[in-house]
Design a protein around this ligand. Structure first.
Ligand code: C2E
Ligand code: CA
Ligand code: CA
Ligand code: CA
Length: 279
């Protein structure tokens, strides 16, 4: 039994070293990945829950890593945050998303609102407002077609400063939404001072709709709260008819999830939009 313990321990250490090495390797690669064009954006439709009409898309970043293949953001966003690479990456995401949205509009597609995720360090950066203004100017996109998604944690770090910054962004004409709502600790009273237009129900509460009474209570409370505050409410991670039925029955406005569509490459999204256009 003692031997086994020792072996397990050695195995564990080797595993850990491999993990750390991989992490360092990713970190190193991150430095040039923006310049080398290794990032891509995919776009997941957001639809009106009643009509199924696509009114917007969320831009989600992917890293086409030369050795590891296509990596999802959970593998590298935390590293980018830690290392400060998030500023260059975030700027690239903003510019690319705005440019892409403007291209779709110029191609005659029905106008969409594009949502871009902003992580905590990005939101706190002094230059964020300036970066947003620049992305709009360079792309020619009108501000009403851009939304930023921020998480509760971002806002609660420094409430007053967050409210002030949100005010500046709102004044530019863009929209703001609270992402992953319900997973953080924002006080409900703080919520009413945020110049936001939408609350997004986190997918952890959506998953068991139809079977878990607790999650159902949370989801319907968030919907009620949002409407009391005159906000729109969107559910993410909607995968089943059952979930959609619950959300619809409880007055949720919008949804996003595999049930309607996975995140799509630009050309795939264009095709989908063309199919939705009246002839
Ligand atoms: P998020 O903002 O909560 O994005 C939603 C995540 O749920 C996305 O994962 C999306 O692909 C996934 N998803 C969508 N529909 C479904 C569904 O029906 N079922 C399930 N199980 N999942 C669904 P993804 O693309 O892996 O992104 C993960 C997180 O990484 C995002 O969570 C966001 O916080 C962050 N992220 C993504 N792109 C960016 C970016 O450009 N900048 C920053 N700062 N963060 C980003
Ligand atoms: Ca998001
Ligand atoms: Ca989310
Ligand atoms: Ca999330």
């Amino acid at each position: 039994a003692k031997d086994t313990g020792k072996n397990n321990c050695q195995f564990y250490t080797r595993e850990m070293n491999a993990t750390i090495e991989r992490k360092l390797h990713l970190l190193e690669g991150l430095r040039n990945a923006v310049d080398d064009g290794q990032f891509q954006l995919v776009y997941q439709p957001k639809v009106d829950l009643r009509s199924g009409h696509i009114f917007g898309v969320e831009a989600l970043v992917r890293w086409a890593h030369p050795e590891y293949g296509l990596l999802g953001p959970d593998r590298f966003i935390p590293l980018a945050e830690e290392s400060g690479m998030i500023f260059a990456l975030g700027e690239w995401v903003l510019q690319t998303a705005c440019r892409q949205n403007q291209l779709w509009q110029e191609a005659g597609l029905p106008p969409l609102r594009i949502s871009v995720n902003v992580s905590p360090r990005q939101f706190e950066e002094q230059r964020l407002v300036q970066r947003v203004a620049q992305a709009l100017e360079e792309s020619g996109l009108a501000p009403e077609w851009l939304e930023l998604e921020v998480t509760e944690g971002v806002i609660m770090r420094d409430l007053q400063q967050a409210v002030a910054k949100m005010g500046e962004l709102r004044a530019m004409g863009i929209s703001l939404s609270i992402d992953d709502f319900g997973t953080g600790y924002s006080s409900l009273s703080a919520l009413k001072s945020f110049p936001i237009s939408t609350l997004k129900i986190d997918k952890s509460f959506v998953r068991d709709l139809g079977s878990n009474a607790g999650d159902e209570a949370i989801a319907s409370s968030i919907i009620g709260l949002a409407h009391q505050l005159r906000l729109r409410v969107i559910a993410e991670g909607v995968e089943t008819e059952e979930q959609r039925a619950f959300l619809r029955h409880n007055g949720c406005d919008e949804m996003q999830g595999y049930l309607f569509s996975r995140p799509l490459a630009p050309e795939q999204l264009r095709q989908l939009l063309l199919r939705q256009m009246p002839a």
